[in-house]
Design a protein around this ligand. Structure first.
Ligand SMILES: [Zn+2]
Length: 554
């Protein structure tokens, strides 16, 4: 396999007609991945080699490692599909759980699985209910160097209750399968999964089981639609920011999430950014797609969910009067434009690939139907998260090997940027192809790096920046505006959290540390200027089972 891999890289490079220097780097990378020990210097890049299974941390001078000796993709040695879920009888029934019951379940889970779970609250709802997040991971309390953090958010609309219960069952499935299912073990060994079952517990409390339609309980207790309450890329959002929204903004400014799904009900489709469009009035009469520069990736992520779902990809309309969606996916604005949605905010401000998962035609179906919804969504929920392991990831370091924090990155041709964490990490979900990474950091010479992404495994790309004598010039020039005619306003930029230090979330127990993701602390984070260029991440789930991977340092 490894020999085939190396040859495949060479053939691909020849076919693509890449520059000899790049080809040499790539070929060298292939050799490195095959275990050959060799150091070479290209015309414009230094290639360092190391054993694929070694702890890459020694390459850099990092102030913290995960301490386990594992790194990045060392555990890509398992090739399995997730196994069928065998309910952990007695642990979680297929019934709805109110705030108190949900809290009890989450606490009991942490008590039963202390090595796999951590519970924290990102804040409180307007009526004072905790917004619980349960982390499921082999490293629940600490960011794993080089490995992505991902999240699911449920119940942002309080009366859309299926997603809330699906996420509780997902937790149960993950913790109870870790020791018996190699796929789940791989996923939790290489990913930190943050699950927020209910972002709108007040709305949920005002909702009624058996109510399929309508708006009772949709909004928070002050009457605000939380999925219209975020800063917007295209339009000024004058809605007063709500505590639940503020909690999410604070949360995702401190943890660099690579991938995210927000669970809704009332339709059966995956909707992907953009939700809004520069000319929404016109679009409201004739909905047109509003596509991101990462449209190929968003379509792929959406199809991953729909195709693994029991019925979503058939695209059958919920009702005769409802729209049907080809393959079970749609661009958000093509369905209907909206201002202040959460997924556009995640993507534009934080480089997090978030999609909206509409998982039930009935918003709050009777509890006896929950098992059916779980059966339909179980595989989708798992396979979607594993997509965080597709594309490119790596570190940006200085010549001495120290990480470069908040370096600004962009894939050429994709004008939504992202940044490195305080450990110099970055991730970006990309489909197979040849790309150019543009790297800028204050005080360093900008650098462009060619790289390739393949289907079978993530590409590890490490970038060394050389110091410059003067600081990087105006970032606006470095990041030309996307081909959209509106920049975020200063008001929306100012709305970003600027608090200092690590998360001010409340631990559930006195001893619980807030799981620090390694994202840049807010104290060092500057609000985006002119256009947000933030966080990012990922790499490929079908990489499971592939020991080979591209590893090259530039
Ligand atoms: Zn909804």
């Amino acid at each position: 396999m490894r020999h085939c891999f190396g040859l495949g890289v060479l053939v691909s490079l020849l076919w693509c007609g890449l520059s000899p220097a790049f080809a040499a780097t790539q070929l060298h990378a292939a050799r490195s991945a095959s275990g050959l020990q060799e150091v070479a210097k290209g015309s414009d890049a230094e290639v360092r080699t190391f054993e694929p299974s070694s702890n890459v941390g020694h390459v850099f001078s990092l102030d913290r490692a995960d301490g386990s000796g594992r790194y990045a993709f060392d555990n890509f040695s398992i090739a399995h599909e997730p196994r069928a879920y065998r309910p952990d009888v007695g642990a979680l029934d297929f019934v709805y759980h109110n705030q108190e019951e949900m809290t009890r379940y989450l606490r009991e889970t942490v008590a039963r699985y202390p090595n796999l779970t951590a519970l924290y609250s990102i804040g409180k709802s307007a009526q004072g209910r905790d917004l619980w997040v349960l982390v499921v991971s082999a490293s629940p309390y600490e960011h794993m160097l080089g490995k992505p953090d991902v999240k699911y958010i449920g119940n942002i609309h309080g009366n859309e209750a299926v997603g809330r219960e699906l996420l509780l069952h997902l937790i149960q499935y993950l913790v109870s399968s870790y020791s018996s299912d190699p796929y789940i073990k791989w996923l939790l060994d290489n990913t930190r999964i943050h699950i927020l079952p209910s972002l709108n517990p007040d709305g949920y409390a005002a909702s009624k089981e058996g109510t399929c339609d309508g708006g009772q309980g949709r909004y928070n207790s002050r009457g605000f639609d939380l999925n219209r309450n975020f800063p917007d890329y295209f339009k000024q959002n004058n809605k007063r920011s709500q505590p639940e929204t503020e909690a999410v903004k604070d949360w995702i400014s401190k943890i660099q999430f690579v991938l995210s799904g927000s669970l809704h009900g009332g339709a059966l489709v995956v909707s992907y950014p953009y939700d809004n469009t520069p000319n929404a009035i016109f679009h409201s009469y004739m909905s047109q797609p509003s596509l991101t520069p990462d449209d190929d990736v968003f379509k792929h992520l959406s199809l991953t969910y729909a195709n693994n779902h029991g019925k979503m990809s058939r695209g059958v309309a919920c009702k005769t009067a409802s729209p049907s969606f080809e393959n079970g996916i749609t661009n958000g604005a093509a369905w209907y434009p909206l201002t202040g949605g959460m997924q556009d905010f995640n993507y534009v401000w934080h480089g997090c690939m978030e999609v909206t998962l509409e998982v039930s035609c009935c918003k709050f179906p009777p509890a006896y139907e929950l098992r059916k919804y779980w059966d339909d969504n179980q595989l989708s929920l798992i396979k979607f998260l594993a997509e965080a392991h597709r594309g490119v990831q790596g570190f940006v370091v200085d010549p001495t090997g120290n990480p470069v924090e908040r370096a600004q990155l962009k894939i050429k041709g994709r004008d939504i940027g992202f940044t490195t964490t305080k450990y110099g990490e970055f991730w970006r979900v990309l489909l197979p192809g040849v790309y150019k990474l543009e790297v800028y950091a204050d005080g360093y010479v900008p650098k462009d790096v060619d790289f390739m992404v393949v289907e079978q495994h993530p590409t590890l790309l490490n970038v060394t920046l050389q110091p410059s004598k003067r600081t990087t010039p105006n970032l606006v020039q470095q990041y030309p505006a996307p081909s959209i005619n509106k920049q975020p306003t200063l008001d929306t930029v100012a709305a970003l959290p600027t608090g200092a230090g690590l998360p001010s979330v409340e631990p559930d127990r006195g001893t619980v540390q807030f799981p620090d993701s390694g994202a840049g602390g807010a104290s060092t984070r500057q609000p985006p200027v002119q256009r947000p260029t933030l966080v990012e991440a990922p790499v490929a789930h079908d990489a499971v089972g592939k020991q080979d991977r591209l590893i090259f340092t530039v």
